[in-house]
Design a protein around this ligand. Structure first.
Ligand code: 13P
Ligand code: SF4
Length: 392
């Protein structure tokens, strides 16, 4: 029997060893971010991992700042100096100029943004370089350049490009160089208003759901104002459709958030009458429209914290965050808004062994798994990030 994994074919006899190798330390043949993880990764069953991480972090002192996204595992979050959603972490990365090293416990596009926003004297480390993002993978620079050219050829003018934070530095650079801007899940509405003050329509990359949800539920557009551009079918929309559209949505999505369904929300309401539903805006329109509240990871945490004891919440976002909230609020009923569990597999790649490797090597003066963005890309991407960070 033969099995296939990310383009690699494995024989049954060797599949276990090879699969473990692929999951832990090998190179991924077609990644957004994945390359070989060099260095000796500590064994996951090493009972001294927590002590080793504590020792290395203490030795580094304020030379290091550890940033942790809310989707990280509990044992990694325990070492974070700052936790946040992607907007807050981008600001925090820029706000720590004294730290020589930024260890980013999150995914590749977040670490790239941190490298762009930090000084030349600072080094950003992503503990596992294979912690990419499947959504960011759905928009390559070549595809976006082709789309832009296609719009120009058809005479579709007045287009402001807006990219979600969850995109590569190359896409942020493309957008920045064309007068565009970055948004996150916490400021997408404000960013779209900014864009519509400057143009007639928006090319929204790479998450069609965040784009549609914000345009329709935030700005009051109709669903018909939004068209979906499929990079694999560049001629799929007629010139008339593109000329009439206000929002040209890139056909991209988050594999984790796309799992939530309107029927799942109906079911949870039937099982737990009176429960409040809060959804991340990367969920489909049908889910977000059914929810009582919509917000970034940080907004979800704030909503739960602000609710009185005895409240009940069904949460449509990644499971590490939902289960942490459930443990932190035993006086509230907190449930996952889907029938099946769903972690973000790439966020989960950052585990204690990788964090130990990152901290111990930094304590030895070596930055393993450093993230660097080339100067031209970084300068253009910075334009798009700064436009977002300067919004009131
Ligand atoms: P937040 O900015 O809301 O934390 O979202 C980041 C992310 O990757 C969600 O999938
Ligand atoms: Fe990417 Fe989705 Fe994971 Fe967020 S949850 S990092 S969008 S794959």
């Amino acid at each position: 029997m033969r099995a296939s994994m990310k383009g690699v074919t494995l024989d049954a006899a060797s599949s276990t060893a090879t699969a473990l190798f692929l999951l832990g330390q090998a190179s991924d043949p077609a990644p957004e971010a994945g390359v070989t993880c060099p260095g000796a990764l500590p064994a996951p069953n090493d009972p001294g991992l927590v002590a080793r991480a504590q020792r290395a972090k203490a030795a580094l002192g304020d030379r290091v700042v550890v940033l942790g996204h809310h989707y990280q595992r509990d044992d990694v979050i325990a070492f974070a100096d700052v936790t946040g959603d992607s907007f807050k972490l981008a600001r925090d990365a820029a706000a720590n100029p004294r730290a020589e090293y930024v260890v980013f416990c999150g995914v590749h596009f977040m670490a790239e943004s941190a490298d762009i926003l930090t000084g030349d004297h600072q080094q950003v480390v992503l503990p596992d370089l294979e912690a990419g993002c499947s959504m960011a993978d759905l928009a390559s620079l070549a595809q976006v350049e082709r789309c832009w050219q296609h719009l120009e050829d058809l005479g579709v003018t007045g287009v402001v490009p807006v990219t979600y934070m969850n995109s590569t530095a190359a896409i942020k650079g493309f957008v920045g160089a064309r007068g565009g801007i970055v948004c996150t899940s916490s400021n997408a509405e404000r960013v779209l208003r900014w864009a519509f003050e400057r143009g007639q329509r928006v090319l929204f990359l790479p998450d069609e759901h965040l784009g549609r949800n914000t345009a329709v539920l935030g700005l009051g557009m109709s669903r018909a104002d939004c068209v979906v551009y499929d990079p694999n079918q560049p001629d799929g929309l007629t010139p008339a459709q593109l000329l009439e559209a206000k929002m040209i949505l890139w056909r991209g999505h988050c594999s984790v958030h796309q799992r939530f369904s309107a029927s799942g929300i109906t079911e949870v309401r039937r099982l737990l009458p009176g429960i409040r539903v809060i959804a991340h805006p990367e969920c489909r329109y049908e889910v977000v429209a059914e929810a009582d509240e919509v917000g970034s990871t940080e907004a979800i945490i704030r909503a739960v914290e602000a609710s009185p004891s005895g409240s009940a919440w069904a949460i449509a976002t990644e499971l590490n965050l939902v289960s942490r909230l459930a443990h932190q609020h035993p006086d509230k009923q907190i449930v996952f808004a889907d029938r099946t569990v769903c972690y973000c597999s790439t966020m989960n790649r950052i585990d204690l062994p990788h964090l130990v490797l990152a901290l111990e090597t930094l304590a030895e003066g070596r930055a393993v798994n450093r993230i660097t963005v080339d100067r031209t890309t970084a300068a253009n991407a910075r334009l798009a990030l700064d436009r977002m960070l300067m919004l009131p």
